[in-house]
Design a protein around this ligand. Structure first.
Ligand code: DGL
Length: 255
């Protein structure tokens, strides 16, 4: 199969912008199309089968439209569907983000690491395998955070309501964790509010930059990376939730 010209990225909503901005920083010469499925968000509280089907649909549509690589910028969709997708499209570069346990465990060996993610990410076998790999290195504490992504999705990351929600959710970890892993791509947009509860000394990790590097590596290996690195690429936003969500994506992208 001949693949096309742009790099596709998708998330259940606007959170994947935290990954897109790292991809654009690393490969500003590529053309990107980012699709957020805000109309169907959240994914993290749905069944795995439903999310798998939707993710496969999005991926197929992108490939049919001429994508040359795909980043699943959603931990939840990755845990539900990255495997079947790789089996369906073995020669197509597909990368999916997953909670950044490795850098956190290496940073605080023997320490206590809180992993914030959606209920689906935490219950799925992909995360359980990851946990098994690092549980000898650190005390890993998974925390499902239903209700948190909605603040970002509604453009209310900086609201007093988001701060109050996080205070309630995290107060039992105040002063007793050494690191936090943001295992959902929406959460980097409430990173400051998380730090405000847990304290500035707690190091916060997310997988965005690592995922961008892994995507570039696979694109180079597959021979689909842009060779004219002097060119300036483009970024197109699409969202099933309409113009308002696209505007929010642009705002989050600007930072
Ligand atoms: N952004 C998604 C993730 O990384 C999840 C948000 C949702 O529940 O849809 O897991």
């Amino acid at each position: 199969m001949e693949y096309g010209s742009f790099v596709a990225a998708f998330d259940s909503g606007v959170g994947g912008i935290s990954v897109l901005r790292e991809m654009v920083r690393l490969m500003p010469y590529e053309d990107f199309v980012f699709f957020g499925d805000s109309a169907n968000a959240p994914y993290g509280t749905k069944t795995t089968n439903v999310v798998r089907e939707m993710t496969i649909e999005h991926a197929k549509r992108f490939i049919e439209r001429g994508a040359k690589a795909l980043c699943i910028a959603c931990n939840t969709a990755t845990s539900a569907a990255v495997r079947p997708l790789r089996e369906m499209f073995p020669s197509f570069p597909i990368v999916g983000i997953e909670p950044a346990l490795k850098p956190a465990a290496e940073h605080v060996p023997g320490g206590r690491i809180l992993v914030m993610a959606t209920p689906m990410t935490i219950r799925e076998v992909k995360f359980q395998n990851l946990l098994a790999r690092y549980e000898d290195m650190a005390k890993i504490i998974p925390l499902a955070c239903p209700g948190l992504m909605e603040f970002v999705e509604e453009g209310k990351s900086d609201s007093p309501e988001a701060a109050a929600f996080l205070h309630e959710l995290l107060r039992e970890y105040e002063g007793n964790v050494d690191a936090v892993v943001l295992g959902c791509t929406h959460y980097p947009f409430v990173k400051n509010q998380i730090a405000a509860v847990l304290g500035e000394n707690v190091r916060i990790f997310d997988g965005a930059a690592g995922t961008a590097r892994e995507l570039r590596r696979r694109m180079v290996a597959q021979g689909v990376a842009q060779t004219n690195v002097a060119r300036r690429g483009s970024v197109v936003f699409e969202n099933s939730g309409g113009e308002e969500k696209i505007e929010l994506c642009r705002r989050l992208m600007r930072g």
